[in-house]
Design a protein around this ligand. Structure first.
Ligand code: SF4
Length: 266
């Protein structure tokens, strides 16, 4: 390939003209994007607002599907839901929470009985241990109350960031965005909040979700992922954002009619 004979003349002094004869080969380092710069996504802010507006019409008051009667039973239910379905957890916890809806009652019940109640849930032995340990910690260090901050919640056995975010949002009304398998998939599949880890996806979503939609965004995304943008095969013909979606996997550009759906489907 022919090399350029000389670079384009630019405004420069004679002293620098010798250097100017060399073709510029490398890009100046200054052009490198800083690592923290937001990743470019193929959606305009108006499109993002429209996506969440449609979700809000579909489910004006979305609800989580895990049954609970107070913040404590919510912590327990979310902790039990790891690698289990919400419906499966609800089946087991209905009877458990009828006899133990506080940390004190859970401790009185004891690990063996807790294990019996939840034995239909995956990893139940370890989960029963955690339920007792977290009840003990709540009694010993938090006066039997569920703490309200993420920093405190994650100190409870069996409680990670995702559980903490769900509890903060559902029990205390703090707008957070817990990234579960559905939220993670939607962020990446739609290229709307791409990331290699749940934390990256969470940060990406938090940067783009309009503030007035943030409170319900977690449930809208979960329900959309669970019932429409499914893992194996998205059901695009039932999707209300099919015209906006930029996923290479989508199968139609025609959005489904925008009608209100049940807040909770079990
Ligand atoms: S159009 Fe298809 S891929 Fe896009 S969000 Fe809807 S269901 Fe998912």
């Amino acid at each position: 390939m022919e090399k350029p004979k000389s670079p384009k003349p630019a405004k420069m002094s004679l002293a620098s003209s010798a250097a100017a004869k060399k073709p510029a080969r490398t890009k100046p380092a200054a052009r490198k994007k800083p690592a923290t710069r937001r990743r470019k996504i193929p959606y305009t802010p108006e499109e993002i607002r429209e996506i969440f507006r449609r979700f809000s019409v579909q489910r004006p008051e979305p609800k989580g599907e895990l049954e609970h009667v107070n913040p404590f039973t919510l912590v327990v239910a979310v902790a039990l839901s790891a690698q289990a379905t919400d419906a499966g957890v609800n089946k087991a916890t209905r009877a458990l929470f009828a006899v133990a809806d506080t940390p004190e009652k859970m401790l009185a019940l004891g690990e063996d009985k807790v294990r019996d109640y939840i034995k239909t849930i995956g990893l139940y032995r370890n989960k029963a241990k955690n339920v007792i340990a977290l009840s003990q910690k709540l009694v010993d260090e938090f006066g039997g109350e569920v703490p309200r901050t993420e920093a405190e919640l994650v100190t409870l056995p069996g409680v990670g960031r995702k559980t903490a975010n769900v509890v903060m949002s559902m029990a205390f009304g703090v707008p957070t965005l817990a990234v579960d398998t559905h939220v993670f998939r939607i962020g990446n599949r739609l290229k709307i909040a791409p990331g290699k880890t749940p934390d990256e996806v969470e940060q990406a979503f938090l940067k783009i979700i309009p503030e007035d939609y943030l409170f319900h965004a977690h449930h809208w995304l979960i329900l959309h992922g669970r019932y429409c943008c499914k893992a194996r095969k998205p059901e695009c013909e039932r999707c209300v954002i099919a015209d906006i979606c930029k996923s290479p996997e989508k199968t139609t550009d025609v959005p489904a009619p925008l009608v209100e759906l049940p807040a909770q489907i079990v």
